[in-house]
Write a protein that binds this ligand. Structure first.
Ligand code: SF4
Length: 384
């Protein structure tokens, strides 16, 4: 019999699964709450489910998290996990605590096919799409780990950004049920403005997302004209700026008070000149897209051949945009000491030929540590 990982389902999917077992749909809501609100993975714990249902579930289903390969905690409280997704692939999730929020940056693919020049994930190439279970498992693990770690009963993660490894809109089928689980009041109950999908500009999928699950949208812009964007974000050759800006406009039509966040990685001498700021202002004016800009200090890595813009230039660039009436923020660098730059996750999997070997070594260390843990503690927690 196939064993199904229940993290793969949004509530609708879980209801269909329960009906397939001859159970009423409302049982799915109870089960969904146990899994996502309470972090339960053992069906025997789920005391308000009939014993017969618990028995059926034990025979054909699991709640299986991703094994944690490493966990690193920065001096500023940022925590980065490296999760094993098999076959020598690993993906990262990063928790960024702030005074008024806790944000989790989540990965959608192992590697990425878009190949942006300034992104270390892009330099690794594409391995495979994550399943819904593998996307949700990052949130499931982080939320329930953090509650225990911080000794809190209430929700710790208030925002999710799909800005980790991968282009989420190139993994649309798995992404949407994962987003629905994040928004569901019976699971994480995040408001749609607190869940952000970041895209490099997969235009047709932006339209579909707007229709299916209109969460907040961030667009990796990084250049003010097609010639430069073709070079920095190769997907621009397929969906150039005019098409991208029209898609942004359409995305906002049903909710005119929303805005698009344009991410702009500041690269020394490449896209950080006053002329580039002026072109951006023109682009925004002519397209009429309500937006704000988030300027990102580049996180250098050797293979890129690129350098971070000096801080005064970033500030001058921000001022030009702000003076033109565009809300502009400069992203604070967080978790620098653990290499946790969200959206440019370096990971430890750059060298794919050696990644499997390194993971096997880590797994051995973790298994040794796990042997010393109490029997009811999940193996993934051995990384702590
Ligand atoms: S920035 Fe995003 S879309 Fe571009 S290569 Fe990196 S992960 Fe892929």
């Amino acid at each position: 019999m196939t064993v199904t990982n229940l993290l793969d389902f949004d509530l609708e999917g879980l209801a269909a699964f329960c009906e397939g077992l001859g159970e009423k749909r409302f049982r799915a809501t109870q089960l969904f709450r146990w899994i996502h609100q309470r972090g339960a993975s053992d069906f025997e714990q789920m005391s308000d489910l009939a014993k017969s249902l618990r028995g059926k579930l034990a025979a054909c289903a699991t709640v299986t998290p991703l094994p944690v390969l490493t966990q690193q905690e920065s001096a500023d409280g940022t925590i980065k996990w490296l999760f094993d997704v098999g076959n020598g692939d690993a993906v990262e999730a990063v928790f960024i605590p702030e005074e008024d929020r806790g944000t989790l940056c989540v990965s959608s693919q192992a590697g990425c096919a878009v190949g942006c020049r300034f992104c270390s994930t892009g330099h690794q190439g594409f391995s495979r799409n994550l399943s819904t279970a593998e996307i949700v498992a990052q949130l499931w693990f982080a939320e329930h780990f953090l509650r225990r770690h911080l000794g809190r009963d209430e929700r710790v993660i208030s925002n999710v950004v799909m800005m980790g490894m991968g282009e989420p809109l190139q993994n649309y089928g798995a992404l949407v049920p994962a987003l629905r689980t994040m928004l569901d009041d019976n699971a994480y109950g995040l408001s749609r403005r607190r869940v952000t999908v970041s895209t490099s500009g997969v235009v047709p999928m932006m339209d579909r997302l707007g229709a299916d699950c209109p969460v907040a949208l961030a667009v990796s812009l990084h250049a003010p004209n097609d010639a430069l964007r073709d070079d920095l974000v190769p997907l621009n050759r397929k969906y150039p700026l005019a098409e991208l800006m029209s898609a942004c406009k359409r995305y906002l039509e049903p909710a005119p008070r929303d805005f698009i966040t344009f991410e702009y990685c500041m690269l020394d001498g490449v896209n950080d000149q006053p002329e580039h700021a002026r072109q951006l202002i023109e682009l925004v004016r002519t397209s009429g897209v309500s937006c704000k800009f988030n300027l990102i200090p580049f996180n250098p890595f050797p293979a890129s051949g690129l350098v971070r813009s000096p801080t005064p230039r970033v500030q001058a660039f921000a001022r030009l945009l702000a003076d033109a009436g565009i809300v502009t923020t400069v992203r604070k660098t967080r978790g620098d000491d653990i290499d946790a730059a969200c959206g440019q996750l370096a990971g430890d999997v750059k060298d794919r030929t050696r990644a499997a070997e390194r993971m096997a070594q880590r797994r051995t260390v973790m298994m040794r540590r796990a042997e010393t843990l109490p029997a009811n503690q999940p193996a993934g927690e051995a990384a702590r």
